[in-house]
Write a protein that binds this ligand. Sequence first.
Ligand code: EPU
Length: 420
Amino acid sequence: MTMLSIQGGVPLHGSVQISGAKNAALPLLVASLLTESPLNFKGIPHLRDVSTMIELLGHLGSKISLSENMELTISTPEITSHETPDELVSAMRASFLVLGPLLARCHRAKVALPGGCAIGARPVHVHLAGLEAMGASISIEQGFICATAPGGLKGVDFEIEPVSVTGTENLLMAAVLAKGVTRLRNAAKEPEVVDLADCLMQMGAKISGAGTDCIEIEGTDSLGGTVHQILPDRIEAGTYLLAGACTKGAVRVEGISPHVLTCVLEKIDQVGGLLSTGTDWVSLDMQGELPKAVDVSTGAYPSFPTDLQPQWMALNSIAQGQSKITETVFENRFMHVQELERLGAYIEVRDHTAICQGSSVLSGAKVSATDLRAGAALILAGLSASGETLIQRMDYVDRGYEHIEEKLLRLGARVKRIGV
Ligand code: EPU
């Protein structure tokens, strides 16, 4: 089990290059199932979840090669299996994204049903209802979703309720090869959905409205290959800016458009410090001052992202003033509270709201990541705490942050990975 040792209390200073987004890369890799032609991706992040997805696609028949400059080429001339192994779906919920493309291309699929996870129950009924509306017959057998659409999928007018990111992506990928026109209403507007739609359009799909709450897709018989640059990771960028804020430092994130962080930057601006932006960078200089506590409430894009809520809680724990954090997307995403308290934070949870007392003086302790973003929050807290913080279960963090200790070291943090 790998751990991260952090000697806290050092202000972070410098620039960090933002990697390709995990939540863009995963559906984009799956999109390769929709065509026999090769897709070439630039900027694929080196992450545990990406490796899991590559393993899963290899199992379904995809051929994958990686060049020295980290360009990944993937092609699936033939789908050799339409079944996903149970262990790969339980290792990563995003594996469920293969359901729509498998049904669209080979008219059948058997995909393990993902269970709940640390941040909530996370059902998939929206994915299934959308595919059924497109003509698929779906049954659950021994923990697997068995889906068939003998005559192929058909276009449909479908309302995604509740709004779901991977639900929108699954249905979008199913619809590009369906017969006729599909309208996805109440679609997720996340930039990662737009990145997927852009890539599908480069492959020949006819899509309009991605980034709005109604996406219209006119199905085609086949799609071709393309070359695509993965969207930079807005959650990674937000995490490093907050690391700068937590340590009273000055951090610049490079390669990210401020546009995709609008709501986050509005909140960061209220924290204090000097916030500057350019076309593809953002910087925050705390000028040696402690941040001010700021209330946030999570929501679907363009609202404040739930994937930055735990990190914001680390910030509010040490910030000046009392604050409220309301989680509206997932019902159980406060697992990090207990671990932050071990470091000295004072947080009270009432239903979906966490009240942070603020002004906590954190001191290092042994803590454990309970999921990816909880792990990131503990790293931020550890960076601002006095003494040594040991973070266990770094495997969670490795699912979504590329080269995290190298990037932190470059910013002047005193971090060391223990174990492999
Ligand atoms: N929901 C349902 N029924 C469904 C689908 C979703 O009730 O059929 C509910 C969920 O339980 C949740 C809400 O709808 O309460 C939103 O969930 P959504 O489906 O949008 O989440 P997701 O697609 O499973 C993606 C990201 C998550 C991110 C969420 C919200 C990927 C691979 N994952 O998950 O990323 O938190 O959207 O933005 O894109 C992370 O990166 O740490 C992470 C968890």
